[in-house]
Design a protein around this ligand. Structure first.
Ligand code: 6R9
Length: 686
């Protein structure tokens, strides 16, 4: 009786003109709110999944209004964006693919990061903390100080003839001058192209030549732990190679790093090179802001795909600014004055979004760390956390696993009570690392926020908002506002509900890639042709009964064993679940019967010994964690894994070792430690 009455009522509402309000869905009780009371009560902007739902629904039903309201309320514009500012096309079949946000708006990223706060009376608050490679080397900069330094550099750049739309290449270590240089470019409308300090001269040359950089800003040298890296020598070689490719950099600005040798010893090219310390301090600390259209490019960042040479991903000022500011705010529950530490290098997108821009947009204090996490001891990160009272700590699973190897004592000896949010990014986080991160690093009192995004997405796409819902270890959970993910099958059809497929995005979001530099065709072919109508992420994912997304890894890393598709990340996670395993990397190799077999490289924890019994145990672990079909065919002991300086495992190399194609290893010079390759080769068959 009651039921039919409700049905009638609903029918009546449907028949009427007034649109029905979305029915609130109730979810299971949120344990995260109880477990992290301080985050939930005092920090979180979104306190429940219901609250998220309301905001999320509006963000996808009315992206134009949702983002405009935020943009106008929370950011400074010289001219506000039009009422209808958003247009896009993600469907190659309908013509050119593009995204445009905040059309009609004129703004400036640097103004929003610095001037805005200084003008509002917050110039005395800390914008940056610098922690050097050696403990004791440190610096702090207020918003007013950062602004003066940025302005001086901006004036120097202008004096070199750098104008709106010109490219400036940055090849720097993690010192404050790197974010300053990014901000100085943004201030005058120049486009920065940061090249990670771990790249070789050849790679640097390709990028300098690719964007025809008018200026290169670099540094004399840097220390990584006990190891000096002579950046200037690599930069010089890079400039030589770029010249050979047809582009000569007219001007090179060199920051003399006082921690690494005397300035007399730095090789300077007459007429081309100038020391930052000689050139910049003489400039005026005032520099007018160059207002740019919202779609004006903010930066170019090269990223590697599964094929071909690296692509220059282009991001636009307005959209990137609004999106990165909002993800920082909601995902890390950032408030003005919070000390926020993202360990990523500014040479990667995470450093762009969450070292330089995001924290400043939220008037937080961004910590810039030049060193490495194990120097002088594996306690370093937690000592830095205590010293500066870091509230949000954001890193990659690889760092967590590498510190896990050293045991809990290095963590336990530090206080860490300032921590509230522990972020994770870069790869799927295996539940073992997740638990160690939450329970040991965070003493069970911090939210772990897994954040899935890409160079191409600018900012977080799938995230767990802290304490808004219960975390599941290994799942990045739900889409950020305005992001519409979907899973597609191999025919390009969307699969609904609980499902697995290729992760695609249905519509544009403000931080979306605007193009591949100078190559619209490659842009469309890479991202929009594989699944027409969608942005193709290159990742596989699973959606569970609560709508949570579980990233399974790059689709190019999927192994097909006897018709079973197995995510390498799944097997790795299973292996790492074994108590003696520190880390593992799994690749496929040709198998005469199964099509592909599973080859697992396994790094043991300190002090554990290789044995055939342990190999059997590991195989049993995978059999029980996933199923017999996923059992590795080969366990290959790996004292170390070949990783890029950003911590990504170079599976290409592992595949060649597994396939015994040792003459096809390719370039190993960009590895953090190229020597591991020979060690792995020697361990083959052991
Ligand atoms: C931010 C960044 C992007 C690729 C991406 C995916 C992997 C990043 C992840 C993650 C699982 C996460 N990835 N975050 N996988 N969970 N939280 O790393 O950008 O260097 O462009 O790499 O990294 O495979 O496709 P980028």
């Amino acid at each position: 009786m009651l039921v039919s009455f409700i049905t009638l009522l609903r029918k009546a509402r449907h028949d009427g003109a007034a649109p029905e309000a979305p029915k609130p869905v109730s979810y299971p009780p949120n344990k995260a709110a109880e477990e992290y009371p301080d985050v939930w009560q005092n920090m979180a902007y979104i306190k429940s999944r219901e609250e998220y739902d309301v905001m999320y629904q509006r963000s996808i039903k009315d992206p134009n209004g949702f983002w405009r309201d935020i943009a106008v309320k929370e950011y400074a514009w010289q001219t506000e964006p039009h009422e209808h500012h958003y247009t896009s096309n993600f469907d190659v079949r309908k013509g050119k693919v593009f995204s445009r946000w905040f059309r009609g708006g004129k703004t400036n990223m640097c103004y929003n990061c610095l001037d805005r706060h200084v003008e509002a009376g917050h110039g005395g608050e800390r914008a940056f903390i610098f922690e050097g490679n050696s403990p004791g080397v440190q610096a702090e900069a207020t918003y007013a100080e950062a602004l003066s330094e940025v302005n001086r550099l901006a004036n120097w750049l202008k004096a070199q003839g750098v104008r709106r739309g010109d490219f400036v290449a940055l090849y720097m270590p993690m010192i404050l001058e790197l974010p300053y240089a990014m901000l100085a470019c943004a201030r005058i409308g120049a486009v920065h192209a940061v090249v990670f300090g771990g790249f070789s001269a050849e790679a640097l040359a390709g990028r300098i030549e690719g964007c025809k950089a008018k200026v290169l800003i670099t540094c004399s040298a840097t220390m990584r732990g006990a190891k000096p890296v002579n950046l200037k020598a690599i930069a010089d070689e890079g400039c030589e190679h770029a010249k050979a490719k047809g582009h000569e950099v007219p001007k090179v600005l060199v920051y003399h790093n006082p921690e690494c040798g005397k300035r007399e010893d730095v090789n300077m090219v007459a007429g081309r090179d100038e020391f930052w310390q000689d050139a910049v301090p003489h400039q005026s600390p005032q520099c007018p802001v160059e207002w740019v259209d919202a779609e004006h490019p903010l930066f170019l960042l090269y990223t590697s795909g599964s094929t071909g040479k690296p692509k220059g991903v282009v991001h636009a000022t307005g959209g990137f600014m609004v999106f990165v500011g909002q993800t920082t705010k909601y995902v890390f529950a950032v408030h003005p004055g919070d000390v926020f530490w993202c360990t990523a290098d500014c040479g990667w997108v995470t450093g762009h979004s969450y070292v330089t821009y995001g924290p400043l947009l939220q008037r937080a204090t961004s910590l810039v760390f030049e060193g490495v996490p194990t120097y002088p001891t594996p306690s370093r990160c937690w000592e830095v956390v205590d010293k500066w009272q870091v509230k949000q700590f954001y890193t990659a699973p690889t760092l967590i696993r590498s510190l896990m190897r050293f045991g809990d004592d290095y963590v336990a000896r530090c206080d860490r009570s300032s921590l509230r949010i522990l972020g994770s990014v870069g790869e799927p986080i295996n539940p073992e690392a997740w638990r160690w991160y939450r329970d040991v690093v965070g003493s069970g009192k911090c939210c772990v926020c897994d954040t899935w995004f890409q160079t191409e997405t600018g900012g977080h796409m799938i995230v767990n908002l802290p304490s808004a819902w219960t975390e599941k270890p290994g799942s990045a959970s739900l889409p950020f506002f305005g992001v519409q993910p979907c899973l597609c099958d191999e025919k390009g059809r969307e699969v609904p509900g609980v499902a697995e497929g290729t992760l695609c995005i249905k519509t544009s979001w403000p931080g979306a890639i605007r193009g591949v530099f100078g190559d619209q065709k490659r842009f469309e072919e890479t991202y929009f042709k594989p699944f027409p109508g969608h942005y193709f992420s290159g990742d596989g994912a699973r959606r569970d009964e609560d709508g949570y997304y579980w990233i399974t890894g790059r689709v190019d890393d999927v192994i097909n064993v006897s018709g079973h598709r197995i995510g390498t990340a799944e097997v790795e996670s299973a292996l790492v679940a074994h108590k003696h395993v520190a880390e593992s990397a799994v690749v496929g190799y040709n198998h005469p019967i199964k099509g592909q077999g599973i080859w697992a490289f396994v790094t043991l924890k300190e002090g554990e010994e290789y044995s055939d019994t342990l190999k059997k145990e590991l195989i049993t672990t995978v059999r029980t964690e996933i199923g017999p079909f996923a059992a590795p065919d080969v366990i290959h002991w790996a004292p170390g894994l070949p990783k890029t300086r950003s911590g990504k495992i170079m599976r290409r190399i592992l595949r060649k070792i597994a396939a015994n194609k040792l003459d096809e290893l390719g370039d190993t010079s960009t590895l953090a430690d190229p020597a591991v390759v020979q060690v792995l080769i020697d361990m083959r068959g052991k």
